[in-house]
Design a protein around this ligand. Structure first.
Ligand code: HEM
Length: 409
């Protein structure tokens, strides 16, 4: 793995390992010298200071989310043809729209994420973690990512959404393809395979939504289909369900894998129970599974540049709010590259975003991260990394996750 960018790096490079694995020296230079950086490679302005990132998230009037999720990909013409109408998929997903549409969608989604509903999932999630450990623990070794970390979150979100158990594997495979199609640079041949897989998945979700609309059950899909015709359209529900399944299948397991790697490398295992809560936050700060969010500038926006000279982001520009950089901003987190379980403000990271689009699943994600680490610590206090393995993150524009992590105990 290339551990850091060459000192001469002048732009991001999503095809290089350092973009996800170790961008911090480059980001530090940007924060100090060019905090409003025009990246030719990303085709976007990049905000890197905590203060600027937070202000932009908080200013939805000037930084629009409309279309922000559908840009972070470079699809070949052939792929676009295969996707057809679905190429603009996500056009009405809650994270991809502005008020007043956002306000309406967010209200509907939030109904399912009340504190009580989230707490009610803890017991099920703990059991799912214990089940998987019952099966794998006697072996003494495993790939943490694929065999331990992923399964309970994927199962929890499938149950929450109402995906029948026999379809869980199908969903898992297709969701992975979708994620890769939209968020990782892929060669054209591979794009086509992934695009077809995505269409199959969409068709599946469409049928699931229709089935629950006809015959509601006690699940999130039924809760949302109950709002069709009053608050939501069929299409909006399909986009919501397919994307939330994606959230459950990828973001939490990615964060968990990053966290376990960090804790083992720092010899912080097993975690004392009183440090669990802060450990989750410090891991999210230092190795966030989300690197940032895109926005479009709705106006010319003036921001202070490196020497205090204003820089104008022209209206219509794409802007990346780099939460990865903000989480390593030394003015907010002294000694940002040091993993510090006693850091008083670890949770000031913006790995869940900030403002009106703040992650609606944040409480559920935190609950999963805490529970998974707690059960793992109880059951496998002697967990350690298998020595000699190559550890490399998946290439991605705005996500950080490991394809595998070999552990033993
Ligand atoms: C560690 C895990 C997770 C991370 C790092 C994460 C990260 C994020 C971020 C950065 C945003 C803001 C996007 C923006 O402003 O453009 C967001 C929004 C969102 N997240 Fe998460 N997320 C996680 C888990 C989840 C889970 C488990 C769910 C659902 C079960 C979920 C559902 C959503 C939804 C629906 C939105 C859109 C909210 C809105 O636009 O109002 N996320 N997430």
């Amino acid at each position: 793995m290339e551990n850091s960018p060459p000192a001469t790096a002048t732009d991001f490079d999503v095809t290089a390992d350092w973009h996800v694995a170790a961008p911090y020296e480059f980001l530090r230079r940007l924060r100090h010298e060019r905090p409003v950086f025009r990246s030719e490679h990303l085709g976007a302005y990049v905000l890197t200071r905590h203060e600027d990132v937070r202000a932009a998230y908080g200013d939805a009037k000037r930084f629009s989310s409309e279309g922000s999720l559908t840009i972070s990909r470079s699809l070949a013409d052939e792929t676009r043809k295969v996707l057809g109408d679905q190429g603009s998929f996500l056009s009405s997903f809650v994270a991809n729209v502005d008020p007043p549409t956002h306000t309406r969608l967010r209200r509907s989604v939030s109904r399912a994420f009340t504190p009580r509903a989230v707490t009610a999932m803890e017991e099920l999630f703990r059991r799912l973690n214990e089940d998987i450990l019952d099966r794998v623990a006697p072996r003494g070794e495993a790939d943490f990512v694929t065999e331990l970390g992923h399964v309970p979150s994927a199962k929890l979100s499938a149950r929450f959404i109402g995906v029948p158990e026999e379809d869980e594997e199908f969903v898992k495979e297709h969701v992975k393809d979708w994620f890769m199609l939209f968020l990782s640079p892929q060669p054209p041949d591979r794009q086509l395979v992934l695009a077809r897989s995505f269409l199959t998945y969409l068709d599946y979700v469409d049928k699931l939504v229709a089935a629950r609309a006809a015959e509601p059950r006690d699940d999130f899909t039924s809760l949302m289909t109950g709002l069709i015709g009053t608050e939501l359209s069929h299409r909006e529900v399909v986009e919501l369900i397919s994307t939330i399944l994606l959230g459950g299948n990828d973001t939490v397991p990615n964060q968990l894998g990053n966290s376990v790697l960090r804790l083992l490398r720092e010899n912080a295992w097993p975690l004392p129970p009183e440090l669990l809560r802060n450990a989750v936050e410090e891991c999210m700060r230092i190795d966030g599974s989300s690197l940032g969010s895109f926005r479009y500038a709705l106006d010319d926006v003036d921001l202070p540049g490196g020497e205090g000279e204003p820089v104008t982001i022209p209206r219509g520009s794409l802007v990346l709010l780099s939460t990865d950089s903000a989480a390593h901003d030394e003015t907010v987190f002294p000694g940002p590259e040091t993993f510090d379980l006693g850091r008083p403000n670890s949770d000031a990271h913006m790995t869940f975003g900030y403002g009106i689009h703040f992650c609606v699943g944040a409480a559920l994600a935190r609950l999963q991260l805490r529970t998974a680490l707690e059960v793992l610590g109880e059951r496998l206090p002697g967990l350690r990394l298998v020595p000699g393995q190559t550890i490399a993150y998946r290439r991605s524009i705005v996500g950080r996750g490991l394809p595998s992590l070999f552990v033993e105990w």
